[in-house]
Design a protein. Structure first.
Length: 436
């Protein structure tokens, strides 16, 4: 039953994590897709530019070879054209020479026809042709093309048309697309994992806060149930008149005070958590605050034949900026717990460490196990009280004291007393001596 309840309680947070994960994954996936797309286009342009540069370099080689003095070795030119998959047309004074190994006459004629349909290629037979590069589609594929005009003299000229199929462009583009696809998939998978982790981190404080709130309400309901039951029973006895009214009235008054104290503690915790709690701070003497609390609790300890010692330093301590009522409330909570939970003597000590003023409450009771020390500041955490009656303790005192210490921008910690017992330390920042 408890497992089913926990599962139902966790379901909304699980769905929230899933929604946050899906939103983050979709958003980051779109950004990654856009980045990969832009990068892919840039890489493809760079690849095409490199291929174009290589083709133009080959065209320059052909031009330099034809411009070299002496007769042209057609076999060498054919081997060069075959090696680099080139088709070369040379118009020498109006006469066409072709070097197109591997191309049929029909395909070669189609290429020349398509090339002459372009703005640059139509100057193939012109004595004043302008050199330039272009591309065309013929014989079922794309071709690089370059026309170069060379003038050997005022009367002798020749044009060189070099063509090369773009056979590797599609395959290289496909390989590049596959590579970027794999990069996108791997990157998106990593982003989904990161989104899931971030969603858990984002929802966890909300879930913990909700859990704490439910636990607080459950604890408060449980703690209020007992005094209400006692009050109801006492009221029933008064109504029936079956007992002396004095005892039920005392019981009702006692339980009412306990409930008022519980409600006051709950208000401190809830108001401080919502930021609506304000402290009436002023410069205070640590010695005076400690003395006021000591004088209040000394008779309580004396009534039980127990010692309460006040230990103050010989030199004056720097003042602290605090709310006098709340500072005394913190120390009262610590002394009240020591009185209830720790038999034996208790010491209230004030000292300083550098610029920090420290209030110590040391007892010589059973102490607190290390595993329980983080838990004692949680709501409604309560240990058994061998030194006295724990029924008047609701387990909120240390939570209230810790929260009040935080509001004072201080800390409340717990450690072990040498020889056995627990030592609580309230640390507050001291003010400069001139602030007294």
């Amino acid at each position: 039953m408890n497992h089913n309840t926990e599962t139902r309680r966790a379901a909304p947070y699980r769905h929230l994590r899933h929604r946050i994960t899906a939103f983050c994954a979709l958003l980051t996936g779109l950004v990654l897709l856009a980045a990969c797309g832009i990068s892919f286009q840039a890489a493809r342009r760079e690849m095409r530019s490199a291929a174009q540069s290589l083709f133009l370099s080959q065209c320059q080689t052909v031009s330099a070879y034809l411009a070299a003095p002496g007769s042209v070795d057609t076999q060498t030119l054919l081997r060069f054209a075959e090696q680099y998959d080139l088709a070369i047309a040379v118009v020498d004074g109006g006469t066409l020479l072709d070097f197109a190994p591997g191309l049929s006459a029909e395909t070669w004629q189609t290429l020349l026809t398509e090339a002459q349909k372009t703005d640059v290629g139509q100057q193939l037979y012109a004595s004043t042709a302008q050199s330039g590069s272009f591309s065309l589609t013929a014989a079922g594929q794309r071709w690089h093309a370059s026309l170069q005009h060379q003038s050997a003299s005022t009367t002798r000229w020749y044009n060189i048309l070099v063509l090369q199929p773009l056979r590797g462009d599609t395959a290289a583009t496909l390989r590049l697309a596959v590579l970027y696809g794999l990069v996108f998939c791997a990157g998106w998978a990593a982003l989904i994992a990161a989104s899931a982790w971030l969603a858990r981190q984002a929802v966890r404080p909300v879930e913990q806060a909700q859990t704490e709130q439910l636990r607080f309400l459950a604890g408060a309901s449980h703690e209020l149930k007992t005094p209400l039951a006692v009050i109801s029973t006492s009221a029933e006895l008064l109504r029936r008149g079956t007992a002396s009214p004095e005892e039920p009235c005392r019981t009702i008054e006692r339980e009412t005070r306990q409930m008022a104290r519980l409600i006051d503690d709950m208000l401190v915790l809830t108001n401080s958590g919502t930021g609506r709690w304000t402290l009436q701070t002023r410069s205070l003497s640590p010695e005076d605050a400690a003395m006021a609390v000591y004088e209040r609790f000394a008779p309580v300890f004396a009534r039980d034949n127990r010692d309460l010692t006040l230990d103050l330093p010989d030199t004056a301590l720097p003042p602290v900026l605090a709310d006098a009522q709340r500072l005394e409330q913190i120390l009262s909570i610590l002394l009240d717990n020591a009185h209830a939970y720790a038999p034996g003597p208790v010491t209230l000590q004030v000292d300083r460490l550098g610029d920090t003023v420290r209030f110590w409450v040391r007892d010589h009771g059973p102490g607190i196990p290390d595993a329980e020390k983080p838990e004692i500041f949680r709501f409604f955490y309560r240990r058994s009280a061998p030194a006295g009656d724990a029924s008047r303790h609701y387990g909120l005192g240390l939570s209230v004291a810790s929260e009040l210490a935080r509001l004072h921008q201080g800390t409340l910690t717990v450690g072990d007393t040498p020889g056995g017992g627990a030592s609580f330390c309230l640390s507050l920042a001291g003010r400069p001596e001139s602030s007294r």
